[in-house]
Design a protein around this ligand. Structure first.
Ligand code: DAH
Length: 339
């Protein structure tokens, strides 16, 4: 039995030499020290030895067991630390390497201007509504008191679709859609695309964006309109901006006005941007025509209201000093990167 014990020890130590990973180390441990391992079986067989040999063999096998146990543990921890070292090396970050750069997107200047304007009117209690870009003649014209002989319906302005629908020529139809589903008091804005059969030039585009506003309540007056638009102009163009209302005409408002702001470049002195007039037109507005209220079933004796509509591109051009509307749609990154 002494000899078997010696052999077992030699072979265990020899095999341990060849181990290079924790999995085969574990397999080897089981082969010697596991429940059916070679050393375990040897220890179990001691009870078959003559009584006088048993204590000595017991001691010898036990010593070997402890020794092997120690070796296994030692090798395991050195394998583990070698593994950890390799992993750390593999995963190390070289901070001196150049990074992978991403082309970062940003808001289009029209979208940025729109968001800013929406923010202003939200702060004044106006709720954001929306409506379809493909409209009926009723919503785009009739309900807005634009009769069938109105020049805006002309084929030159309006893009008609097969079946009589059309691309909305302004965002005003959303006024009608909102009033049809809401009772006063009401304060709404809406924004989106509008389409006209215009040839593109520095100030025209067949597709452009508008923002529309409407407030209806008892005793809403022109003074409310002026107050709201003044606050809007102050927030968008600066607190020194002055407002001017020029009498005008829109079928859906009475009275109507074109609203100008003092020139963003010269402040009113007169310069090339404002054609020496000192003023820049920014929007159309007025008190809602009673005919419009009748179309949506509001009582014009009970309610009054104001409405306004502006071109987003126009506001963005004034804000950023852009002189050609076509730049917004060309997708030229050299232009877009500047905002
Ligand atoms: N819808 C008009 C246009 O496209 C702009 C406008 C003017 C809207 C006066 C209004 C308004 O709501 O009251 O030219």
């Amino acid at each position: 039995m002494d000899q078997i014990l010696q052999e077992l020890k030699q072979s265990a130590l020899a095999e341990l030499e060849t181990i290079s990973d924790p999995e085969s180390l574990e397999a080897l441990r089981v082969a010697y020290l596991g429940r059916k391992g070679r050393l375990t079986l040897l220890i179990r067989s001691i009870k078959e030895l003559p009584v006088e040999d048993r204590p000595r063999m017991g001691k010898a096998t036990n010593q070997l067991k402890i020794e092997l146990q120690k070796r296994f543990d030692g090798i395991l921890s050195s394998l583990q630390s070698r593994d950890a070292e390799r992993k750390a090396k593999e995963e190390a970050i070289d901070v001196t390497l150049p990074g992978i750069s991403f082309l970062r997107g940003r808001k289009h200047p029209v979208a940025a201007t729109l968001d800013e304007i929406i923010e202003v009117f939200s702060g004044l209690g106006f709720k954001l509504e929306s409506g379809p870009e493909i409209e009926t003649e009723y919503y785009n014209f009739d309900a807005l008191n634009m009769p069938s002989d109105h020049p805006a319906r002309d084929m030159q302005d309006t893009l008609y679709l097969k079946g009589g629908s059309l691309l909305r020529t302004h965002t005003s139809p959303v006024q009608i859609r909102t009033m049809e589903k809401t009772q006063p008091p009401l304060r709404m804005i809406c924004a989106g695309k509008a389409f006209r059969a215009d040839t593109a030039d520095a100030s025209h585009s067949p597709m452009f964006h508008q923002l529309e506003g409407l407030m209806v309540d008892r005793r809403v007056t022109l003074a409310d309109l002026k107050g709201i638009l003044t606050e809007f102009a102050h927030q968008i163009f600066g607190r020194n901006t002055r407002l001017r209302f020029r009498p005008s005409f829109f079928p859906f408002t009475e009275p109507s006005a074109e609203v100008d702001i003092s020139c963003v470049v010269c402040g009113g002195e007169g310069c090339p941007l404002c054609s020496r007039r000192g003023w820049l037109e920014i929007l159309g507005a007025g008190m809602v025509d009673p005919e419009v209220f009748k179309a949506v079933g509001y009582d014009p004796e009970k309610y009054t209201g104001f409405a306004f509509g502006m071109g987003i591109e126009r506001i963005a051009m004034l804000k950023y000093g852009i002189n050609d509307i076509r730049l917004f749609y060309e997708n030229d990154l050299r232009f877009l990167h500047q905002f």
